[in-house]
Design a protein around this ligand. Structure first.
Ligand SMILES: Cc1cc2nc3c(=O)[nH]c(=O)nc-3n(C[C@H](O)[C@H](O)[C@H](O)COP(=O)(O)OP(=O)(O)OC[C@H]3O[C@@H](n4cnc5c(N)ncnc54)[C@H](O)[C@@H]3O)c2cc1C
Length: 309
């Protein structure tokens, strides 16, 4: 069977950038895009912070451009999900629903996804008032009224970021205490723009083309009230796409791939890049940077292995 130098799993900014670098390094490369392809950026209605693109651009447009750049090089792309991996022996085996592939090295760039509330209208309004990332989208809410759902660190960080732009930030939390770090709590509690709505959940999202507001329900009394909002930032956590890697690579308690020296996983020859191993930055540009780093590390590793053989 044909053995690839490298198999890249994922077609978000991390996987695609690894693909560009692999193509330029003239490695025999296969990239599985996953389904749907393109990753989280395909949910973004406007990208303002990716260098090199001063014009207004949507997430799907940016992904299309990066994909075109990958296609300039000799990189085979297959629009399928990987359903299992065998990292016990080299070459590594990667399986899709109907075929097995072999590779000397692998880059896992399967990303993560924000957890959403699962309410009607929510998915349709992502990028039109609903978001999960204040660093990405907070800028679009200058002098607006926004809500943040959650009580952990990422909710507080989102709220702090939003206070730079919005005139009012409501934090909607189902408990009457926060689980965020004390320092973050203090910063939020002392900010005059922030108002807490305790022991409450968002029970309904209103809006057709853009968010109009939400119904808040008191968890005890079940009393509902309408909250007029321009933006709603769901901050209830992320889920890394690592189900196929359980028992194959070392993962942390939340399921993220554990890496050393930036991109090395617990298996020699398997590298990771992007949101699947980054719980801190979660940006397109940092994922792309990690994709480049993973490929450079993998390329060096392949050359060293070649010398040894
Ligand atoms: C609504 C929204 C707006 C955002 N806006 C911005 C912004 O304005 N600026 C910014 O910098 N960042 C933004 N982000 C964050 C940014 O999108 C992520 O940080 C970035 O996409 C992470 O890239 P990644 O390549 O690591 O993973 P992802 O983008 O998550 O891509 C993962 C890829 O892996 C694939 N995959 C998963 N499992 C498998 C499998 N088993 N087999 C094959 N493939 C698989 C998926 O299909 C996908 O192609 C936003 C995120 C969201 C959700």
């Amino acid at each position: 069977m044909d053995i690839k130098d490298i198999i890249i799993i994922g077609s978000g900014p991390a996987g695609l950038t690894a693909g560009i670098y692999a193509g330029r390094a003239k490695l025999k490369t296969l990239l599985f895009t996953g389904l749907p392809s393109g990753g989280q950026l395909t949910l973004s209605a406007e990208i303002d912070d990716f260098p090199g693109f001063p014009e207004k651009m949507t997430g799907p447009e940016l992904i299309k451009k990066i994909t075109e750049q990958v296609r300039k090089f000799d990189v085979e792309m297959i629009e399928k999900n990987v359903i299992s991996v065998d990292f016990k022996k080299r070459p590594f085996t990667i399986k899709t629903d109907n075929q097995e592939y072999l590779a000397k090295a692998v880059i896992v760039a399967t990303g993560a996804s924000a957890k959403w509330l699962g309410l009607k209208n929510e998915q349709e309004l992502i990028g039109h008032g609903i978001s999960a990332c204040a660093v990405c989208d907070g800028f679009f809410f200058k002098n607006k009224i926004v809500g943040v759902v959650g009580g952990g660190d990422s909710a507080m960080e989102n709220a702090i970021t939003l206070t730079k732009y919005a005139k009012k930030v409501f934090i909607i939390h189902r408990k009457n205490e926060l689980k965020a770090a004390k320092k973050l709590q203090e910063e939020v509690l002392n900010n005059p723009k922030v108002e807490f709505i305790w022991r409450s959940i968002v029970s309904e999202i209103k809006g057709k083309d853009s968010l109009e507001g939400v119904y808040i329900e008191d968890v005890n009394s079940k009393e509902r009230k309408f909250l007029d909002l321009d933006g709603l930032f769901i901050s209830i956590g992320y889920k890394p796409a690592t189900d196929i890697l359980k028992g194959k690579l070392k993962l942390d308690d939340n399921g993220y791939i554990k890496v050393e020296e930036n991109t090395k996983t617990s298996v020699d020859g398997v590298f990771a890049a992007g949101d699947v191993c980054d719980t801190k930055y979660r940006q397109a540009i940092t994922a792309a940077g990690l994709g480049a780093m993973a490929l450079l590390d993998a390329d060096k590793w392949l050359r060293e292995k070649d010398k040894q053989n």
